[in-house]
Design a protein around this ligand. Structure first.
Ligand code: ZN
Length: 271
């Protein structure tokens, strides 16, 4: 399948992987190589390309942000007893016994294979003279973390900031108010470059983040008014004119506008 390798600076290489459809990527996910350390591993459908990349580059450590299949599908390529794979406890469980993903997601990203050895990551780690802090990023996934280098002001934020500027669908396990709180936390950090997992590197990301916070807050306010006037979730969706993308039904309810609205109305930040 597809891989694009884009050197970013002396320390960082962007590794974009995707499944090809009519000669184009369905959707890219980024992994980042920081010197000899990889942040996430790319999607499973690109495992052959990741193996080839790993043969040509010295990769001694892989840090995993969370267990979604687009981030860990090719992790199996590093399960060789030489490269060390790090994750938190919650993520580790999923990596060792991955859930079976649906047909559509198998097509888009590929089913992750189990990984045999995962080391629990500590709160800080170094890559040469770079020092990283592990930052919890709940909301999108309960197990998700990011990696912050305060001297360089780099933040590897995984899926914490949604790709679309107008997020309107989500997975049932996503907590959207908590996602907004996490975005506010990132917005207020001292960051020069945000390394997003679907958008790529973003310079001075504050405005990029704020646009997404503002949109979700606006939809939440409007949804609450409609909810209090007695409207159902379907009626709220209709009133707000929220439409899904072409593939929404293919996700078999892993994604839904109803999940998004319910989370906005009923989820709390401190769950
Ligand atoms: Zn994710």
């Amino acid at each position: 399948m597809m891989i694009e390798i884009i050197p970013y600076n002396d320390d960082i290489t962007c590794i974009k992987t995707a499944t090809e459809r009519d000669g184009k990527a369905i959707m890219f996910v980024y992994a980042y190589l920081v010197r000899d350390t990889l942040f996430d591993a790319g999607c499973g459908n690109s495992i052959d390309e990741i193996r080839e990349f790993a043969r040509k580059n010295e990769i001694n450590h892989v840090y995993v942000s969370h267990s979604h299949e687009d981030h860990v599908g090719s992790l199996h390529a590093f399960d060789d007893g030489v490269t060390q794979i790090y994750a938190n406890e919650m993520t580790r469980k999923e990596l060792i016994a991955p859930q079976k993903i649906g047909e559509f997601f198998d097509y888009v990203w590929g089913q992750p294979k189990p990984v045999s050895e995962v080391t629990i990551m500590s709160d800080t780690f170094s890559v040469g003279d770079l020092s990283f802090e592990v930052v919890p990023l709940p909301g999108h996934a309960a197990d998700m973390v990011g990696f912050y280098e305060p001297e360089k002001r780099w933040f590897f934020s995984s899926d914490a900031v949604p790709l679309p500027s107008k997020k309107r669908m989500s997975m049932p396990e996503e907590n959207i108010p908590l996602m907004v709180a996490t975005m506010e936390k990132i917005r207020d950090m001292d960051i020069e470059i945000l390394f997003d997992s679907h958008r790529g590197p973003i310079d001075s990301p504050r405005e990029h983040i704020q646009i997404r916070i503002d949109y979700i807050n606006m939809i939440q306010k409007e949804a609450l008014v409609l909810h209090e006037s007695g409207k159902s979730i379907d009626e709220i969706q209709e009133s707000l004119g929220l439409d899904g993308p072409w593939y929404l039904e293919l996700t078999k309810e892993r994604f839904g506008i109803d999940h998004f609205l319910k989370s906005l109305l009923f989820d709390k930040v401190d769950q």
